[in-house]
Design a protein around this ligand. Structure first.
Ligand code: SF4
Ligand code: MG
Length: 321
């Protein structure tokens, strides 16, 4: 039975120790066990902040993030305390995320040894098995990170995360720094592991074409809010929100090349002082007076949920309510 795995509610503001504030508003998402949720938007939309909140790296100053009902992080004397190892994060940069002085075997076994998931005697065999599961050779355990390519390092980072036997994986732009052909290999590995290990994951990307085949549902974020949430197949076939439509139009399709590329007009405003009403209104071709005055709430749409005044039967041209 799918259980409640994650829930974000109310207004969430992630804060790190340097007191940087990243505002997220009215986010209410649940990830079911066995599901892969895509989180997509341009840089500055808050998707990485949300990923860090889910991973317990940040703690919300308001609202809650729970794994099976328990918060993943708490505030203690002004600093964030991560309270679970059941969420593991895989970062964008496979060169920065591995300690250059640590042999791969140590890198992978450090966490599970520290948390009593593996005993010292079983660690070498476990490391070898995991390396093979991510498509590498068991003997690589004795090598240092600099001996590997970017794609291989990302496989090692995946093995390290899986070694913790997480209930939830958070992949933040996990393939963004890799060449396109290597991206495809790592995505295929992820889909293969997902099937074999029944993984639950949040897959964060700025690129809709990357999440297309790996996610069950996709949440589109814009300036700290979810503006559309739908099953992946329906989101791509029938996008509802003007921003989702614009994002899809800006994805170069295989075979058509760059000719089909239509960048979204206008600059992305600061997430710390978003435009009034619908934050997308300065860039939206359908914006009307109501859009500047009133924040559209996420509401039921034919394919999922959409936050747009066009969705609730009205038009952006309606007078402010
Ligand atoms: Fe465009 Fe208005 Fe819908 Fe926002 S609410 S996406 S501005 S039509
Ligand atoms: Mg980011």
């Amino acid at each position: 039975t799918p259980g409640l795995l994650e829930r974000f509610a109310d207004r969430l503001t992630g804060q790190d120790s340097s007191a940087t504030v990243h505002a997220l508003s009215d986010i209410d998402l649940t990830v079911e066990r066995g599901e892969v949720l895509g989180l997509v938007g341009e840089s500055g939309c808050g998707k990485s902040t949300l990923g860090r909140l889910v991973s317990g790296i940040y703690a919300p100053s308001d609202g809650a993030i729970r794994l099976d009902g328990e918060p993943v992080a708490t505030w203690r004397r002004g600093t964030v305390k991560k309270t679970t190892t059941r969420v593991q994060m895989i970062h964008q940069d496979p060169f920065a995320s591995l300690d250059p002085r640590m042999r791969v075997g140590e890198t992978i076994s450090e966490g599970p040894r520290l948390h009593g998931i593996w005993s010292a005697s079983e660690a070498p065999a476990r490391v070898r098995a995991l390396l093979e599961q991510v498509g590498l050779e068991g003997a690589y355990a004795d090598r240092l990170p600099h001996q590997f390519s970017g794609g291989q390092r990302q496989r090692i980072a995946i093995a390290r995360a899986l070694a913790m036997e997480p209930d939830l994986l958070v992949l933040d732009e996990a393939v963004a720094s890799l060449d396109v052909s290597i991206q495809a290999q790592v995505l295929n590995l992820f889909m293969d592991l997902r099937k074999r290990m029944d993984l639950t994951a949040i897959f964060i990307s700025h690129d809709l074409s990357v999440v297309r085949h790996v996610c069950d549902r996709v949440a589109i974020m814009y300036l700290g809010r979810v503006v559309e949430l739908a099953p992946a197949s329906e989101l791509y076939a029938a996008p509802q929100h003007p921003y989702t439509k614009a994002l899809l139009a800006s994805v170069p399709t295989l075979g058509t090349g760059r000719a089909a590329f239509q960048p979204i007009k206008g600059e992305i405003p600061s997430p710390l002082s978003p435009p009034s009403g619908c934050a997308f209104h300065p860039r939206c071709p359908f914006a009307g007076p109501r859009c500047k005055a009133e924040v559209p709430r996420l509401g039921s749409a034919p394919t999922g949920q959409v936050a747009c005044h066009l969705n609730d039967g009205g038009t952006g041209q309606d007078a402010a309510a």
